[in-house]
Write a protein that binds this ligand. Structure first.
Ligand code: GDP
Ligand code: GDP
Length: 454
């Protein structure tokens, strides 16, 4: 009698294995002792040793957020790694291959005081095959006189060697400029932060009480600003105050005019819903708590999570809900809303005004989650513990390894996991659940994308 979101093929957004525009990744490779860690510290603008204090997902990789010239990128340090029994050269070339396949650009660090060693040449050979840009840093050029010697590094076939002193900081700014030129543009956030009130859509199937709620909210205040200053288009939005904060309810013109929805108008109603969702940052899906959850309700909820908007579920007509109905509703929610357990929930009554103000804290919580960013170091130390305790299931005889992760974006929060193999939807959901247990993100969808090393 009521639908289940998962049966409708709904996705919480975490089921698309595809890759979104990620914050670009720079991998730093090179032999031990050439100064990779020192250079990484220099780039991150701090002095403490990085390799020991923030564990990576696997022992040999550590990822950080870096910011230079207003651009963000993820820096993967392949530093604290030990040569294994098979020999140094093989380890380093494997490391280079891994770096190549998981990054957007590679920074090869060599020790200019030593020159190109056989290992450097082996790594360069691997990197030359890469389609990714490679930047060659000639480190330990502490002294002007050493610059001439870096010319011999042209022999590596990776273009111009860039002299730098990681220890003293010499030319590290120039090196970073070169890196940023080579890195693909950092993807812009989907929506630039806009000035003014945050945009809210109020949606729901017919007769759940949308007009009543909007009237309640707007009716309780002295002035409703319909004409938003400076807009030349039809004022389709309403500026309202709720709980001491201004909000912009988008696409409310139709609601206020009480357009009768004739049969056959359903297509337009759903189009209107979609338009409102797209225009909003956070969406209130209004549900009639006195009636069973319907497929139409769930379709609207799915639209919101697929559009990647923050979500507040408002159960309206709470004045009609008795104890029996409340228990029944809890069961419907448990079964029907399994894919959006993270949504904020409020029980309201547009008729009596019950708890209408509580919508504001729910909107604020959802938006804060929608805007939230977990630093890469914190993300990876959490992820390494998780993956160690519960590794991804073996698939086709192979155990995919999770190498590291970065939060590529916000609005909605989007994680990219770098792996050695495909991660099943079930495991991605597990990661999402654990991620939420650790970092919250109440009220916002979270996307988890996987980038598999070729
Ligand atoms: P990694 O193994 O490649 O990460 O190398 P480290 O960053 O641990 O550096 C190895 C050694 O080289 C350390 O003793 C550093 O102090 C030193 N070192 C790093 N960069 C420079 C530099 O620019 N000039 C000089 N003279 N020494 C450096
Ligand atoms: P809309 O189609 O979603 O805009 O819904 P309306 O605001 O037109 O409301 C549909 C019907 O539900 C109207 O008869 C309202 O009076 C009634 N209604 C709305 N909110 C409540 C509520 O909180 N409690 C009760 N008992 N009825 C409500």
């Amino acid at each position: 009698e009521f639908a289940r979101l998962d049966e409708l093929g709904a996705q919480s957004g975490s089921d698309d294995g595809g890759v979104v525009g990620a914050q670009p990744v720079l991998a730093v490779v090179g032999r031990p002792n050439v100064g990779k860690s020192t250079l990484v510290n220099r780039i991150l603008g701090r002095r403490e040793a990085v390799v020991q204090d923030v564990p990576g997902v696997t022992r040999d990789r550590v990822a950080y957020d870096a910011l230079w010239g207003g651009r963000r990128f993820t820096l993967v340090d392949t530093g604290g790694w030990e040569p294994d029994a098979d020999g140094l050269q093989r380890s380093v070339t494997e490391q280079a291959e891994l770096a190549m396949s998981t990054s957007d650009a590679v920074l090869l660090v060599v020790d200019a005081t030593v020159g190109a060693s056989a290992t450097d040449e082996a790594v360069a050979k691997v990197l030359r095959r890469s389609k990714r840009p490679v930047i060659l840093a000639a480190n330990k050029v502490d002294d002007q006189r050493l610059i001439a010697e870096t010319a011999s590094l042209w022999s590596l076939g990776l273009g111009e060697p860039h002299p730098v002193s990681a220890l003293h900081g010499r030319s590290s700014g120039d090196l970073l400029d070169t890196i940023l030129e080579a890195l693909p543009e950092a993807p812009r956030e989907r929506r630039a932060p806009v000035a003014g009130p945050r945009r809210v859509a109020l949606v729901g199937k017919p007769n759940v009480g949308k007009s009543s709620l909007l009237n309640k909210i707007t009716g309780e205040q002295r002035s409703v600003v319909d004409d938003v200053a400076g807009t030349t288009v039809d004022p389709v939005d309403s500026l309202v105050e709720l709980d001491g904060q201004d909000w912009r309810f988008v696409d409310t013109a139709g609601l206020r005019k009480r357009v009768q929805t004739a049969s056959g108008m359903e297509y337009y109603a759903s189009l209107r819903t979609k338009t409102a969702i797209d225009a909003a940052e956070v969406v209130i899906v209004l549900l009639d708590a006195s009636e069973p959850l319907s497929e139409q309700d769930l379709r609207i909820i799915t639209m919101v999570s697929e559009a990647g908007r923050a979500l507040v579920l408002a159960f309206n007509k709470w004045d009609l809900v008795d104890d029996d109905r409340r228990h029944q509703l809890e069961r419907e929610i448990d079964r029907g809303l399994v894919r959006v357990p993270w949504a904020e929930r409020v029980n309201v009554s547009a008729l009596t005004g019950r708890a209408v103000r509580k919508l504001a804290p729910a909107l604020r919580t959802s938006l804060a989650s929608w805007d939230q960013r977990v630093p890469t170091g914190q993300l990876n130390s959490w992820l390494s513990d998780l993956v160690a305790a519960t590794p991804p299931p073996v698939r086709g005889g192979k155990q995919p390894k999770v190498l590291f992760a970065t939060q590529a974006g916000i609005r909605p929060p989007t994680l990219v996991l770098f792996t050695t193999g495909f991660l099943e939807a079930g495991y991605r959901r597990f990661v999402e659940r654990k991620f939420r247990e650790r970092f919250g993100f109440h009220g916002s969808p979270v996307r988890i994308n996987v980038r598999v090393r070729e």
